[in-house]
Design a protein around this ligand. Structure first.
Ligand code: IVH
Length: 671
């Protein structure tokens, strides 16, 4: 039975819809929520409950109606009333200067105002709003005809189902880019892999694949975002008379603009923007492949008009490519510290992402099979920012007839021991243990690393020699080396030997966290080592801990606990630790506070810049000991940012998010 909702319920539902829209806008568009999630959930649940009680209340643009449509059979075709154009490209400052010169000549102006904005790597979408309600969303397709992806686009939180404010034209077509942020992309791929699904090659493919799902419920699980960069058809109303003013207007109507969009003057303004954005590129939360410059004034745009399928008033200035193709010449196998055999691709050198790449890890046999990589293939190599280069896939049409499949060897290439691959593990391992010189070398390199024992001057080549000549069998042997022994190595002399000996002596004075990290316990990286040190305070306590006790430590699960327990249970490892301490390796014990007295329990800190009295490690160790968490990047979850000398983007981010910033002095007082 359908009872008509009473007037006060109708009013309340409308009020809730408005409030939720407002908070959605603050959260997803401005990235600046003003109420806690729990309060938002209450509003949302209240509306859902009212709508469940009185289904007549449900409007298609209600915030509860983002997901829900049944899977579709296919996408309907959409003919764009105004074609969706593409952009011309330039690849150098000079080419852009030519573009600007032509524009100025045509307009008879000495200088032109441009809008500069990132060229975000996603896919172009058209949104159609009638009387403020989203009625259709379509892909660009070939520019004339696209696909109707309304049900999918409705699931993107930063796309308003109903515009905010007033004064919008009766019919308004908004255009912009749908993309997947880098972080969401990484997480999606981890999820895909965990579920045995194919990983996406890059965020753009992931965004396109997600929008082309026939089931909008799947799209709803994908972390898509949209930013708007223009308008198409406008009827029954007007819009401002410049591009930048239109973007501001769209933002006021609740649509998301790109936060990096700027109005700039002339060539100099454009090129300065290009350089600044290039420097920021890796730190941006989404992928971009260049800058788009648009003549800002619409009257000037109209005078310039179009050529073929691109406007003459806009151009894309591309950044150097982050993906290139090259030939995979061979696959070698390297043996790591824990005996893992890693296949490494030897490539025909290729310049990509600003460096020449010749070797790329292929991780393991499964990875090679999943990507169907064969020796001789043409492969796509990607290097984005500081991320290690990777082979994202092959170009099947360029596979030579004699391309060969790769197989892991049965025996370790370093020591000839048998290799095993355990049930359920991706890695193939050498069973040689410390007999295997490759494992020994890697364990020693890890021990000496800057973030472990920090033995200055003990480089990879020296470690290789020390192991090959039988001078060092385990890490403790490093401290019994004599200057004469060191001086006898290739490329070493009395002076460099004395320096290394001094560095070895200096490294003996360390902190527990570094020592634990240096031991190279499987599953225990730098962060876990720090947490363990803060929790147990003394090495003896940690060595005696049971698996259950270990699991009490934050972020230590059963696998990590088992690995730590097994490591200290091994007599050989205990002997090496004894020997190290006997030879003078030492650290101060940290007194761990009982949990109930931890003053900073549950608080997340981010450290940035150089502190005056504490090193980063010390500050971190003390925070951990006080029960705080220390994160690497600033997010809404951060409670405090501690800023030292020349703090950079993290400080800016903290200020943007309104997070409390502490000086070193304030931190010390808190501690
Ligand atoms: S404007 C008439 N602005 O680049 C100009 N496009 O090569 C139409 N894109 O299909 C596009 N960021 O998918 C414009 N800030 C931006 C953009 C952008 C990315 C994409 C868009 C378009 C393609 C053109």
């Amino acid at each position: 039975m359908n009872v008509a909702p009473p007037a006060d319920v109708v009013r309340r539902a409308a009020e809730l819809r408005d409030q939720i829209r407002h908070h959605n806008y603050l959260y997803y568009v401005l990235d600046n929520p003003e109420i806690p999630d729990a309060e938002y959930d209450r509003l949302f649940n209240e509306l859902q409950a009212l709508e469940a009680q009185y289904p007549q209340l449900v409007t298609p643009d209600s915030p509860t109606q983002r997901v829900g449509a049944e899977p579709q059979k296919a996408f309907a075709e959409v003919r764009h009333e105004l074609p969706m154009l593409s952009l011309g490209n330039v690849f150098s400052d000079e080419e852009f200067e030519d573009f600007d010169r032509r524009i100025r000549a045509e307009l008879g102006e000495a200088t032109v105002t441009y809008s500069a904005e990132p060229k975000v790597d996603g896919l172009a979408i058209s949104l159609l709003y009638r009387d403020g309600v989203l009625i259709r969303a379509a892909t660009r397709g070939d520019g004339t005809t696209g696909e109707d992806v309304t049900q999918n686009v409705r699931t993107i939180p930063s796309v308003p189902l109903h515009l905010l404010g007033s004064g919008y034209p009766a019919l308004l077509e908004v255009r912009g880019e749908v993309y997947m942020p880098k972080q969401g992309f990484e997480r999606l791929n981890q999820r895909q892999e965990a579920e045995g699904q194919k990983a996406f090659a890059n965020p753009r493919n992931a965004a396109a694949g997600s929008l082309r799902q026939l089931d909008p419920r799947i799209t709803a699980t994908r972390p898509l975002m949209m930013f708007c960069y223009g308008v198409g058809k406008v009827e029954g109303g007007t819009i401002p008379d410049s591009h930048s003013a239109v973007i501001d207007q769209l933002k006021a109507w609740g649509l998301r603009g790109c936060p990096e969009q700027r109005r700039v003057e002339g060539v100099e303004g454009c090129l300065a923007y290009y350089r600044t954005l290039g420097e920021k590129r890796d730190a941006l939360p989404y992928e971009i492949d260049g800058v788009v410059y648009k003549v800002d004034r619409f009257d000037q745009q109209n005078r310039l008009g179009y050529v073929a399928r691109a406007p003459r008033w806009a151009i894309a200035h591309k950044f150097p490519a982050q993906e290139e193709i090259t030939t995979l010449l061979d696959i070698d196998v390297q043996v790591g510290r824990t005996g893992t055999l890693t296949p490494v691709a030897r490539l025909e050198p290729v310049f990509v992402g600003g460096v020449t790449v010749t070797n790329v890890t292929l991780h393991n046999q499964d990875e090679i099979e999943r990507k169907d990589i064969r020796i001789g293939d043409t492969v796509i190599v990607r290097r984005a920012g500081d991320v290690i280069p990777q082979v994202v896939g092959v170009v099947p049409s360029r596979r030579p007839a004699d391309a060969r499949r790769f197989h892991m060897p049965d025996r370790c290439p370093a020591c000839g021991s048998e290799v095993v691959r355990l049930e359920g593990e991706a890695a193939t391992r050498c069973t040689g243990g410390l007999v295997c010189p490759a494992q020994r070398k890697e364990a020693i390199k890890h021990f000496a690393a800057r973030r472990a024992m920090d033995i200055d001057g003990l480089g990879d080549k020296l470690v290789d020699q020390l192991v090959e000549r039988g001078l060092v069998k385990d890490v403790a042997d490093l401290y019994t080396l004599t200057e004469e022994e060191i001086a006898g190595l290739e490329r070493m002399a009395a002076k460099s030997a004395a320096n290394l000996k001094a560095a070895l002596d200096k490294s003996k004075s360390t902190i527990l966290a570094r020592f634990l990290h240096a031991l190279g316990i499987r599953e225990v990286g730098e962060a876990t080592a720090q947490t363990l040190a803060a929790h147990f305070g003394k090495l003896e306590n940690l060595m005696q801990a049971s698996e259950e006790e270990l699991q009490q430590v934050p972020d230590v699960g059963p696998v990590v606990a088992q690995s730590i327990h097994a490591f200290f249970g091994e007599p050989h490892n205990r002997a090496v630790i004894d020997k190290l301490r006997h030879l003078g390796v030492h650290w101060p014990d940290v007194e761990p506070a009982p949990v109930e007295e931890q003053p900073l329990a549950g608080k997340t800190f981010v450290l940035t810049g150089t502190l005056a009295t504490l090193t980063r490690d010390e500050a971190k160790a003390r925070l951990l000991a006080a029960g705080a968490k220390v994160a690497g990047s600033v997010s809404k979850k951060t409670d405090y940012v501690v800023a030292g000398e020349s703090a950079g983007s993290k400080l800016a981010k903290a200020e943007e998010l309104g997070i409390t910033v502490l000086s070193e002095q304030q931190l010390l007082e808190m501690l």
